[in-house]
Design a protein around this ligand. Structure first.
Ligand code: ZN
Length: 148
């Protein structure tokens, strides 16, 4: 678990400094806004979906390092995935951050890194915000959501 903790901090700091896909997508077909009132995290998510596949995805937002790093990792993971695959990953991620699924420590994949938030229940919402917003964008398009 020590390795994971170090990696967790490294990944979060790195993505917070240099978030991936941090821009507004001009030709987005689906957008959604997410807000986490417990921490003040806000995220606007942009998706370009064609033939049930995420061709492009980006976000802008302000908030804590965890919410930003999670958005950055998520957009990187979801680009090119089908909507069904995106929903599967959402379930996997939720399992990892709530402790219902064991993090895959052997692979140390990017999603497993967020298992570190388990110890901080308030932070679980920060990590999950981008994913809830993504699901909302896929299912409802332009609704604003809150994690509350
Ligand atoms: Zn936060």
């Amino acid at each position: 678990m020590e390795d994971l903790r170090e990696l967790y901090q490294e990944v979060i700091l790195d993505h917070n400094r240099n978030p991936k896909n941090f821009k507004k997508l001009e030709n987005a077909s689906h957008t959604s806004e997410g807000y986490n009132p417990l921490c003040g995290d806000r995220i606007n998510l942009y998706l370009q979906i064609e033939d049930d596949r995420i061709k492009d995805i980006s976000f802008v937002g302000s908030g804590c390092a965890i919410s930003k790093a999670s958005s950055s990792v998520m957009t990187g993971e979801l680009k090119g995935k089908s909507l069904a695959e995106a929903k599967e990953l959402f379930k996997k991620f939720q399992g990892i951050i709530t402790g219902k699924t064991e993090a895959d420590l052997t692979g140390l994949d990017k999603l497993s890194v967020f298992a570190g938030v388990r110890e901080f229940p308030v932070r679980v919402k920060c990590a999950a915000l981008a994913w809830h917003t993504m699901l909302e964008a896929i299912e409802n398009g332009t609704e604003a959501i809150s994690t509350e």
